[in-house]
Design a protein around this ligand. Structure first.
Ligand SMILES: NC(=O)C1=CN([C@@H]2O[C@H](COP(=O)(O)OP(=O)(O)OC[C@H]3O[C@@H](n4cnc5c(N)ncnc54)[C@H](O)[C@@H]3O)[C@@H](O)[C@H]2O)C=CC1
Ligand SMILES: O=C(O)C1=NCCCC1
Length: 312
């Protein structure tokens, strides 16, 4: 009989998951995913059940990675909650399976994995696509993803100024009090992004929050929210002006409102840039449209599981 699956709580997962170890694994798997030859990295587009009654949705994100013999699935629900509830909008659980028989070997709280792998992938996009002299970082939206993005961006890059703006000023002020390091709080998104070299959009908005006419030419935008075909974060002008990079072309064609509704051409997947099959056009205004991928969760979960196992 198969052994009982282990359950790893969020604090345990967080303790075993470091950006330093995560980033190279994400780069490797994104590169293999984007290769046209069969690399055994299999990941369908997320299946999504909209939960209109509850202002949210649930997604199923299975993945198999042959070179790691790694079979994984994340379930993730995202709710637009009242900020005053102080509940995470993302509720995620990661299941690791024994690929030989399909039995579950571990169940993990998926919150930290989702926060860190998403921020790490945005940081990879910035490493490849941000202008050579990037001095000002601006984050729009001050929720959970904003915290992990602040952590990794200030850890691996050095900025003269980090600015934040959220829908409500109190949220941005709370964020500034919570993170370790200097932050300038703005009440106007237009003023916050003025002159910024990198802009991260991590909002739960379904309407554009960033407009092309505000953006400095040559800036890099990591657009993390608006993961439904009827949600937007970026306006038509910005989508039309920028060179568009994505994590997965198939996912973007189905899930990204900014892409589906404007019909803009996707220039490359991040994995294609990582493997050198498509160029990184650093001198242009670039958008990395992130949607999140099961393979990203899988490599993160394996890291956690292996560390947990060797700690036993
Ligand atoms: N691409 C990916 O891999 C992933 C994307 N997401 C998406 O990232 C987004 C953020 O997620 P969380 O931080 O967990 O959500 P959250 O609910 O913790 O934070 C959202 C923040 O956006 C702010 N906001 C809403 N409208 C705004 C506006 N018009 N201008 C400025 N700020 C505004 C809210 O005040 C809140 O601070 C969501 O859309 C979520 O679906 C989440 C996980 C992974
Ligand atoms: O990849 C993920 O995880 C998510 N992507 C879109 C929004 C919810 C979580």
């Amino acid at each position: 009989m198969a052994a009982e699956p282990v359950f790893l709580r969020d604090d345990v997962v967080a303790g075993f998951l470091s950006y330093d170890e995560l980033i190279p694994r994400l780069e490797e798997v994104l590169g293999k995913f984007s290769r046209s030859v069969n690399t055994g990295v299999v990941q369908p587009v997320r299946s999504v059940i909209p939960l209109h009654q509850h202002n949210g949705f649930m997604g199923l994100m299975p993945a198999y990675i042959a070179y790691e013999d790694l079979l994984c699935m994340k379930t993730v629900a995202f709710y637009r909650r009242n900020e005053n509830l102080h509940l995470p909008s993302t509720q995620a659980t990661v299941f690791l399976f024994n690929p030989e028989c399909g039995n579950v070997i571990a169940v993990m709280d998926g919150a930290d994995i989702t926060f860190k792998r998403t921020a790490a992938v945005s940081a990879i996009s910035a490493k490849l696509l941000m202008p050579a002299q990037a001095e000002i970082l601006c984050i729009l939206g001050c929720g959970h993803q904003a915290v992990s993005h602040y952590e990794i961006f200030t850890k691996i890059f050095s900025f003269k100024e980090v600015r934040v703006c959220s829908r409500r000023l109190e949220t941005a002020e709370r964020f500034a009090a919570r993170v370790q390091g200097p932050v300038k709080v703005f009440s106007s998104a237009k003023e916050a992004v003025h002159g910024a070299d990198i802009i991260i959009t991590v909002t739960n908005s379904s309407q554009p929050v960033l407009f092309g006419e505000w953006v400095k030419p040559g800036a890099h935008i990591a657009a993390v929210g608006a993961c439904r075909p009827d949600w937007r974060e970026l306006d038509d002008t910005l989508m039309g002006d920028a060179v568009i990079y994505v994590d997965s072309r198939d996912g973007a064609a189905v899930e990204s409102g900014d892409i589906v509704q404007t019909g803009v051409e996707v220039f490359a997947e991040l994995g294609e840039v990582l493997t050198g099959t498509r160029p990184a056009l650093r001198n242009k205004t670039t958008v990395f449209k992130s949607l999140g991928m099961g393979i990203q969760d899988a490599v993160a979960a394996k890291l956690v599981f292996d560390k947990w196992k060797s700690s036993q």
